[in-house]
Design a protein around this ligand. Structure first.
Ligand code: FES
Length: 309
């Protein structure tokens, strides 16, 4: 796994009452290049241990003098977004992972149809910068709660003109998806029900699945504490209520490959060997879940889980 980067918060501003934007500048040397749709993991030193949350880079990939992220304050979170909103100030340093991309635009698409809900606008800010430079054919459908989750709306209205379609309630997805030229691709970033609704409408209209792309808001959620038995090393660890299984392993000094920390990329796949498991990922099939789990999101639902580690 690549080493973490040390960055300084060079600017911070509230975009809406619940969305705070951070500009991050390298403390040593230059920041790595990134492509539109990339995210970084921000390491958050909470009282219970370090939590790593993934945030899309919103800045222009053509300029890596700095990175930008925008963070939605989550009421029911484990404290990561609250830490970024309430504790972090300009001048503070943070550790972040190098950028990784699980949601890149399709290079040969004839038209890009972007559908964002709320904080789902963030990956598209980098898409839009790149697509404007490439003079790509794109349009943005942006669904938000006015005055609350409408980050960047004024900027987008000025920048995109008629290419921006703004909605304060769920739009008619059939109208958005119908009669599109061959080679169109749809990208959805938002809550899972919106992604599923786009897929259902697209299926009805005969869109091939390989022209649909999505990124859901996913991350570790709290649950009951449980013990973890590591069969190869003979160690026993405790996974606290606010901690993910992956974080407990990292806290104990074990390195498990990971990219999304949201149960979608498959990187952290780990074989389990006993104990009741609550699978919360979107990667494994039910047959695979009988043998494996994704420790970034899934947890034990009984007193103990055994892992092949
Ligand atoms: S890190 Fe992506 S599925 Fe766990």
């Amino acid at each position: 796994m690549s080493a973490a980067l040390k960055v300084q918060v060079s600017a911070a501003r509230m975009l809406t009452p619940v969305v705070r934007e951070f500009t991050l500048t390298a403390c040593d040397g230059a920041l790595p290049a990134f492509s539109p749709g990339s995210h970084v993991q921000v390491h958050l030193p909470l009282a219970e241990g370090t939590v790593r949350n993934a945030y899309s880079l919103t800045s222009d990939p053509a300029h890596t003098r700095h990175y930008r992220i925008a963070v939605r304050l989550q009421d029911a979170s484990r404290g990561g977004s609250q830490y970024l909103h309430r504790q972090v100030q300009v001048g503070d340093t943070l550790r972040i992972s190098p950028p990784a991309n699980l949601f890149a635009p399709h290079g040969t698409a004839r038209r890009h149809i972007l559908i964002a809900a709320g904080i789902g606008i963030t990956p598209f800010m980098a898409y839009i910068a790149t697509m404007e430079q490439q003079q790509a054919d794109f349009e943005l459908h942006y669904l938000f709660r006015p005055g609350l989750s409408d980050a960047y709306l004024d900027e987008l209205q000025q920048r995109l003109g008629p290419r921006l379609h703004a909605y304060d309630r769920r739009p008619d997805l059939s109208r958005i998806l119908a009669n599109r030229p061959l080679g169109s691709h749809v990208y959805t970033c938002g809550p899972q029900p919106l992604i599923e609704a786009v897929e259902q409408h697209a299926d009805r209209l005969g869109w091939p699945r390989n022209r649909l792309h999505a990124e859901a808001f996913k991350g570790a959620q709290p649950g009951q504490p449980f013990d973890l038995q590591l069969l190869r090393s003979g160690r026993t660890l405790r996974v606290e209520a606010e901690q993910s299984l992956l974080e407990a392993l990292e806290h104990a000094g074990l390195q498990v490959p990971n990219l999304c920390r949201g149960g979608v990329c498959g990187q952290c796949i780990t074989r389990h060997q006993g104990g009741a498991i609550e699978h919360r990922d979107s990667f494994l099939s039910p047959a695979e879940q009988a043998e494996f789990l994704m420790p970034c999101v899934s947890r034990g639902s009984g007193p103990c889980v055994s892992l092949d580690l």
